[in-house]
Design a protein around this ligand. Structure first.
Ligand SMILES: [Zn+2]
Length: 87
């Protein structure tokens, strides 16, 4: 029997691996700030492996947000991860 793969795959912006959407963290940039995805703007995904590789993921984030404020993104990423674990 053929297993039909219904989950849509999304690409992690850091490692470019494709993963099921529910295994990725969905983020967006709002005015140069990193936020959890709330529904409207262009969003992107980071896999749970890359979240741990801070240096690598920050590079990808700065590229997505077209901003070079590494310290700001480091803090914002930490906040988002903390919120994600709470929910
Ligand atoms: Zn990744």
């Amino acid at each position: 029997m053929t297993k039909i793969f219904k989950q849509s795959l999304r690409m992690c912006i850091s490692c470019r691996e494709r993963e099921e959407q529910n295994k990725l963290l969905r983020l967006q940039c709002v005015d140069g700030s990193l936020k959890s995805f709330i529904g409207s703007k262009r969003s992107f995904y980071i896999c749970k492996n890359c979240i741990l590789l801070e240096k690598k993921v920050l590079k990808a984030l700065m590229r997505q947000c077209k901003s070079g404020d590494r310290d700001k993104f480091t803090n914002q990423l930490k906040e988002i991860i903390t919120d994600d674990r709470k929910s």
